[in-house]
Every structure is written in structure tokens, then in C-alpha cells.
Design a protein around this ligand. Structure first.
Ligand SMILES: NC(=O)c1ccc[n+]([C@@H]2O[C@H](COP(=O)([O-])OP(=O)(O)OC[C@H]3O[C@@H](n4cnc5c(N)ncnc54)[C@H](O)[C@@H]3O)[C@@H](O)[C@H]2O)c1
Length: 264
């Protein structure tokens, strides 16, 4: 009897375990935080991973870790603000692994906070170039490849700041609202072409991006979250791999908050 229960529970575990054997994934912002965790998780689930980042040292470190665990990965240094570099990372991934099935379009910066009348012009252009144009170039070149190969799944990283106003983060909030718009637009365009496109809208997640904020402000953030803590990159990876996997086959154009109830 016990053996039977165990067999059933193993079967259930298997049913709910996302399987990505022979899939090829591109992850941007893979050197740190959410991108790093998702790249590693995708590889443990069987995907071959092209890790993209501007940060050569940390990006290579992630790939070495993945390879040391016996999985396949390559690091491609690229600045997502440059369309030619985005085109190159897609082409190099295909040259190396033959195709692109999964795309986590995630690289981004938050920038320093400033009221709208005080924000510097360079802060506006840097934030829009990385967070919005970088995502649009990624969508463009990856979708071209997925159309040729017959389909795929994409997750963009938006933010709670893409769902509601965030004072002192005008450029960031605008860029992330843009990511939400891009997700819905592209999802509709490619829904009948076997390419699913969704976004996650994280609240405050413990990554190097947030860890730089001073401890007093961190405490204030935690108190303001209904679940009373910041999220983890593990929780982000759980959602991203689900959305990239076949288990999410009827989900496209969705923007899913992952924020401890903050935007509820
Ligand atoms: N941490 C949070 O609380 C939070 C909340 C909401 C949304 N986000 C979003 O999540 C995404 C990942 O953030 P994170 O917290 O993991 O940050 P992170 O700083 O830990 O990682 C971001 C990575 O993106 C890379 N990157 C930045 N600009 C780049 C460029 N031009 N070209 C290539 N790579 C570049 C960085 O080198 C870094 O490795 C971002 O889009 C961010 O806006 C984060």
C-alpha cells in the first residue's frame, strides 16, 4: 500500500515538474539576480542556455557553474540597447545550439530616484534604452527565429511599476508600462503562430538591484508588502519556468504580478 502511494506521488511529482529537455533558452541579464537564477533553473530542467549580459566576468561565472553541473551553456556578451548586438546574440545562439525555443527577456536597470522635473536627460535615455528598447529588440529578433523554427515561449520582465504609478521613478515606470504594452501587443500578433508571450510584474525581490537600498528603506518596503517580506529569485524562477513550459500552453498576453499582494 505504502509503495502504491509512493508510486502515485512520484507520478504526480513528475506530472508537475516542468521538463525542458532539448529546448534552447536565451536569458538576458543572466549575470545577476533573476536572470542568473532563471538561467540556472532552466539548465537544471534540461534546457541548453545562452546567457546574455553586459557583465563579462559574472556572466562567464554563471555559465561555468552550469557547465560544472554537467549542463550545456554559453555566455554571449551583449549590450541589449544595441540592435546589432541583440541580432548577434540570437544568431550566435542558433549557430551554437541550432534553434531558440525559450526566451527570458529580462535585462534591466532601475536607475536612481528623482522627481520628474529633476530627472537627468541621460537617466531618461539610459532607462528607456535598456528596459524598453532592449526588450523590443529582443522580441523582434527572437520572434523572427521562432517563426522560422515553428514556435516558442517568451517571458518579459515588467514590474509592479509597469502596472501602477511609482513616484520618483518616472523613466523606470514608463519603461515598464511599455514592457506591458509590448507583451500584450506581440502576444496578440503571434498567438496563432505558436509563440506565447507573457510578462511577470515583480514587486520587491531580493536581488543585487534592491540590496543596495539602505536598510531603513528596506524595512519600510517590507512593512508595505501584504505578505510582509520581499520575494526571492527562487519564487521568480518558479513562475518564469512555468510560463515558459508547456504546462502554460493556454496562457499568452498575461502580465502576472509576483509581489506578495502589493498590487492587489
Ligand atoms: N529586484 C526587484 O525588486 C525588481 C522588481 C521589479 C522588476 N525588476 C526587474 O527585473 C529585471 C532583473 O532585475 P534584477 O533585480 O535581477 O537586477 P540585477 O541588477 O541583479 O540584474 C540585472 C542584470 O542585467 C544586466 N544588464 C543591465 N543593463 C544591461 C544591458 N544594457 N545589456 C545587457 N545586460 C544588462 C546587468 O549586468 C545585470 O546582470 C530588471 O528588468 C528589473 O527592472 C526587478
Amino acid at each position: 500500500m505504502l509503495r502504491l502511494v509512493k508510486a502515485i506521488s512520484n507520478k504526480e511529482e513528475e506530472m508537475f515538474m516542468v521538463k525542458l529537455d532539448n529546448k534552447v533558452a536565451i536569458v538576458t541579464g543572466a549575470a545577476s539576480g533573476m536572470g542568473r537564477e532563471v538561467a540556472t533553473r532552466l539548465s537544471t530542467l534540461g534546457a541548453k542556455v545562452a546567457a546574455i549580459d553586459m557583465n563579462n566576468e559574472k556572466g562567464n561565472e554563471v555559465v561555468e557553474e552550469i557547465k560544472a553541473a554537467g549542463r550545456e551553456a554559453i555566455f554571449l556578451q551583449a549590450n541589449v540597447t544595441d540592435p546589432q548586438e541583440v541580432k548577434n546574440y540570437v544568431e550566435e545562439t542558433i549557430a551554437h545550439f541550432g534553434q531558440v525555443d525559450l526566451f527570458y527577456n529580462n535585462a534591466g536597470i532601475v536607475g536612481s530616484s528623482a522627481m520628474t522635473a529633476e530627472i537627468s536627460d541621460s537617466q531618461i535615455s539610459d532607462t528607456i534604452n535598456i528596459n524598453l528598447k532592449g526588450v523590443l529588440y529582443g522580441l523582434k529578433y527572437v520572434i523572427q527565429a521562432m517563426e522560422k523554427s515553428g514556435g516558442g515561449a517568451i517571458v518579459n520582465t515588467a514590474s509592479g511599476a509597469g502596472l501602477e504609478g511609482t513616484p520618483s521613478l518616472i523613466a523606470y515606470g514608463s519603461s515598464k508600462h511599455g514592457v506591458v504594452g509590448a507583451t500584450k501587443t506581440a502576444a496578440l500578433e503571434y498567438a496563432d503562430k505558436n509563440i506565447r508571450i507573457n510578462a511577470i510584474a515583480p514587486g520587491s525581490i531580493k536581488t543585487p538591484m534592491i540590496e543596495n537600498i539602505d536598510p531603513k528603506q528596506q524595512k519600510e518596503i517590507e512593512v508595505s508588502i501584504p505578505i510582509k517580506r520581499q520575494g526571492t529569485v527562487t519564487e521568480i524562477a518558479d513562475l518564469v519556468v512555468y510560463l515558459l513550459g508547456d504546462e502554460a500552453s493556454y496562457i499568452t498576453g498575461a502580465v502576472i504580478p509576483i509581489d506578495g499582494g502589493y498590487t492587489a
